[in-house]
Write a protein that binds this ligand. Structure first.
Ligand SMILES: [Zn+2]
Length: 111
C-alpha cells in the first residue's frame, strides 16, 4: 500500500511517496496536498476496489439489457419474450442499484 495524498482544493487523490508537483486535476501546487492517515488510505483502497466491482456489475448488467432487447426483437415465442423482458428489468434494477451505491460512496468521500 503506497502513501496517498489528497488535494485540499479539489479532492484529487494521488498515490506516491510524495505529493505531485501540481494537481493533475486543478493545477494547485504541491503544498495544497495533505497526506492521508493509514486508516483513511485503507478506506480509499477498499472503496476504490469496491467501486470498481460496482462498475463491472453495471457493465455486465448493460450487456444483459442489450442481449435481452435482442431476444425480445427476435420474438421466437411468448415465453421466451417474457423471459427476456424479466431479465431486462432485473438487469436494470441491478445496474441502478450499483449506480446509486457508487453515488452514496462518493458523497461520503469513499472513492
Ligand atoms: Zn486539485
Amino acid at each position: 500500500m503506497g502513501k496517498l495524498w489528497r488535494c485540499s482544493i479539489c479532492g484529487y487523490v494521488h498515490e506516491g511517496n510524495e505529493a505531485p508537483e501540481c494537481c493533475p486535476k486543478c493545477s494547485s501546487p504541491k503544498d495544497k496536498f495533505v497526506e492521508l492517515t493509514n486508516e483513511d488510505a485503507d478506506k480509499i483502497y477498499k472503496s476504490d476496489r469496491t467501486n470498481d466491482i460496482h462498475m463491472n456489475i453495471i457493465k455486465l448488467a448493460c450487456e444483459i439489457v442489450e442481449l435481452s432487447k435482442e431476444g425480445i426483437h427476435i420474438n421466437l415465442d411468448p415465453p421466451c419474450v417474457d423471459l427476456f423482458e424479466k431479465a431486462k428489468n432485473e438487469a436494470w434494477t441491478i445496474k441502478q442499484r450499483s449506480k446509486a451505491e457508487i453515488v452514496s460512496h462518493i458523497g461520503k468521500g469513499k472513492w
